[in-house]
Design a protein around this ligand. Structure first.
Ligand code: NAD
Ligand code: TDX
Length: 331
């Protein structure tokens, strides 16, 4: 199969490209704008005869049209992905997440191309800490931030193009990912690289907010499963039963890195900060037989810390500018 992967130089997209090249015979073309979040080095060392890199924008309709004519299926990761950036400057989120997804849908319609759209559990808003409920495919949309509202909008466009134009699309909504190649702006890599640099980790507010962690490689295996076996028009939630509050994660990072568990600072909370996300992935597991492989969060986190220790040249160029941005927000 010839696959087009949008956003394949970003965190989860690059993990997917590594996964596909290791587990299938597929050829992958990556389309990526190389924003501040994209990094060609995340694709270094992969077999050149099975990987083509195209530097471009998913809102560029002629380029997208040309690439759709060359592939059998498209997996769409490209997006502006960081909540804090969306609170500071929402505009790029509308362009890439809404107009970008629209541009891909129109190309899928013209070419009859199979499309898998990558989305997030944040489209469902948040849950209370003491609520036994978890998100399912039937939870109503209720996004909180400019980021999550543009992702919700992109999901709804996909559903409309399936229904009105018979586009052969599926959607997945996944919980928080961790693993190698994640930008240092995000929670776990920020704290790991802070400790490496001798900066105290930064916890927003009291840190009771819960995220449902999944290793990026488990996200990749789930997406490949949906691409191969998913029913057209369906949405699948992806999660690995990894609920943890932020305070416990920061304490785990500190102790795994040989520091005192309380050697962190409380900083200004995120406006509109979602309290808790939790995924029920029963549909994906029972219908398509998917299972996560990384079931031990502490072991996965230790391996991730080790990756950031060994790959400072990959993250160092982005670190100072990221911390300068946070310092301006009091975070
Ligand atoms: P990321 O910010 O690390 O990577 C995004 C990639 O998309 C970058 O390489 C960037 O250059 C590229 N890109 C952005 N705008 C583009 C455009 N207009 N044209 C072409 N390329 C463009 O993001 P990520 O964390 O890897 O997230 C990838 C996808 O997964 C997003 O759709 C996100 O909503 C979704 N998702 C992320 C998580 C998470 O925990 N990070 C969880 C669930 C879903
Ligand atoms: O320095 C920090 N301190 C802190 O306490 C940062 C950067 C974050 N946090 C908190 C905010 C969140 O409760 O940690 C939690 C995780 O923050 P992020 O890494 O920014 O992730 P989140 O906002 O939960 O969104 C992520 O998961 C869903 C991805 O960035 C999204 O792309 C995805 O859709």
């Amino acid at each position: 199969m010839r696959l087009l992967v949008t956003g394949g130089a970003g965190f989860i997209g690059s993990n997917f490209v590594h996964h596909v090249l290791a587990h299938t015979d597929d050829h992958v073309t990556v389309l990526d704008k190389l924003t501040y979040a994209g990094n060609r080095a995340s694709l270094a060392g992969l077999p050149e005869d099975r990987l083509t890199f195209v530097h471009g924008d998913i809102t560029d309709a002629p380029l997208v049209d040309e690439l759709f004519g060359q592939v059998d299926a498209v997996v769409h990761y490209a997006a502006e992905s960081h909540n804090d950036n969306s609170l500071h400057d929402p505009r790029p989120f509308l362009d890439s997440n809404i107009v970008g997804t629209y541009t891909l849908l129109e190309a899928a319609r013209r070419h009859g191309t199979r499309l898998h759209h990558i989305s997030t559990d944040e489209v469902y808003g948040d849950l209370q800490l003491d609520d036994p409920a978890r998100f399912t495919e039937h939870t109503p949309y209720n996004p909180s931030s400019p980021y999550s509202s543009t992702k919700a909008g992109s999901d709804l466009l996909v559903r409309a193009w399936v229904r009105s134009f018979k586009v052969a699309a599926t959607i997945s909504n996944c919980s928080n990912n961790y693993g190698p190649y994640q930008h240092v702006e995000k929670f776990i890599p920020r704290q790991i690289t802070n400790v490496i640099r001798g900066i105290r980790p930064k916890l927003y507010g009291a840190g009771l907010n819960v995220r449902d962690w999944i290793h990026a490689d488990d996200h990749s295996s789930a997406v490949l499963t949906i691409l191969e076996k998913g029913r057209i028009g369906q949405t699948y939630l992806i999660g690995a039963d990894g609920e943890k509050n932020n305070r416990s994660v920061i304490e785990l990072i500190l102790t795994q890195m040989g520091q005192d568990a309380d050697a962190y600072d409380h900083v200004t909370d995120r406006p509109g900060h979602d309290l808790r996300y939790a995924i029920d992935s029963t549909k994906l597991r029972t219908e398509l037989g998917w299972r996560p492989r990384y079931r031990d969060f502490e072991a996965g986190l230790a391996a991730t810390i080790d990756w950031y220790r060994r790959n400072e040249p990959w993250w160092a160029p982005a670190k100072d500018a990221t911390e300068a941005f946070y310092a301006r927000q009091g975070q």
